[in-house]
Write a protein that binds this ligand. Sequence first.
Ligand code: SAH
Length: 358
Amino acid sequence: MDIEAILRKEFLEKEDLVRLLGAQGEEMKQLIRKALEVKLERLDNRVHLRGLIELSNVCRKSCLYCGVRRDNDRVTRYTLTEDQVVGCARLAKQLNYGSVAIQSGERNDPEFVAMITRLIHRIKEIDNGSLGITLSLGEQSEETYRRWFEAGAHRYLLRIESSDEELYYRIHPRDERHDFHRRLDCIDTLLSLGYQTGTGVMVGLPFQTLDNLANDLLFFRRKDVAMVGMGPYIPHPDTPLYPYADQIPSVEDRMNLTLKMIAILRLMMPEINMVAATANQTIDPLGREKAIQAGANVIMPNLTPNEYREDYLIYPDKACVSDKPEECFSCLDIRMRAIGHEILYNEWGDSVAFTKKM
Ligand code: SAH
C-alpha cells in the first residue's frame, strides 16, 4: 500500500506501523507533515514545560545501558538535599514553568519513600499548590505509589524500555531486581491509581527490530497511556551494552527512527502528551525542535543545580549540562517561536487524552 493510503486510515494495524517505520526520504517527510497537522488540529501549537529535577543518581538497579547503573563505580553518587529540591521547584515557579518532574535512580527504602512524600507536600505548599508534580522514580510498591499520589503527585513516568520480553532481558540483567513482569505490573498499578501515566522506550537499541518498535506502539495504545517519552538510545562507554554500539543504527538513523515513532504515535493517539526528550538534542542540535515538529508537545528543561548534572549522565554528552536554568528558559522560548510553536507558561499542561477519559 502506498504511504498516502496508510496515512488516510482511521486505525493503523501492525503491518501499517512496520511500513511507516521503514519510510525514508519523501515518504518519511509525508508521515511527519501529517503528524504535525494532526497535532496542530487536536492540541494546537502549545508546548508544555516540566522543569526536570534530577534528585539522585543512587540506584539499586543495574540496567545494562544506563550510565548511573549501580555497578558503575566511576560515578560519584549524590542526592540533593530536600531544601535543594524545593529550591529547584521555587525556581520553576519563578520562571513560570507550570510543572516539575522529579527523576532519580531507583530506591525504595522507607527513608527514600518518606523523603519523597515530604518533598511532594513541600512543593505543593509553594504558591498554593500551583505547580504540577510528575514523578519518575522507578518501580515501587502499590502502597508507595498510592502514598505519593495522595500527597499530591499526579503524573508518573515509567518507561517499559522495551515491551518485548526477550529484548527487555537483553538490555537488563535477568535477576529479581530487573523483572519485566513487575515493570508491567507497576504500569498497571499507576494507571489504576489514577495517575496520568507515562511510559516509553529507547529507540535504536542493539538487537531491536522494526517489528519490536511496532509492537511498542501497539503496547502504548493497548495500555491507553496518557503520556509517552521516546528517545534515541545513546551508548555509554561504562556500561555492558557499549561493545554492541557498532551494531546499532547510525546517529542520523536513530534520530529519524525516533521521529517516525513520535509521528506514528501522534496519528495513533492524537491527544496524548509526548515529550521531546533531551536525548534527541544530545545527538542532534535541533533534535528537540525536530521532535516537536514530528508531533511531540512537551519539553523538560533541566533545573538540577549545575554542579550535580555531570553526575547524572545516564548517557554521555548530555545536552545543556552547563546551561544555567535561566538561560534554558529564554533559549527554549526563542527556539519554539522559531518553529511556529508557543510555550504555555504557568499551566500544568495535563494530557488532553487523560482529561477526556476522566
Ligand atoms: N530510575 C527511573 C528513571 C530512569 S532514567 C526509572 O527506572 O524509571 C530515565 C530514562 O532514561 C530511562 O527510562 C531510559 O529510557 C533512559 N535512558 C537510560 N540510559 C539511556 C541511554 N544510554 N540512552 C538513552 N536513554 C537512556
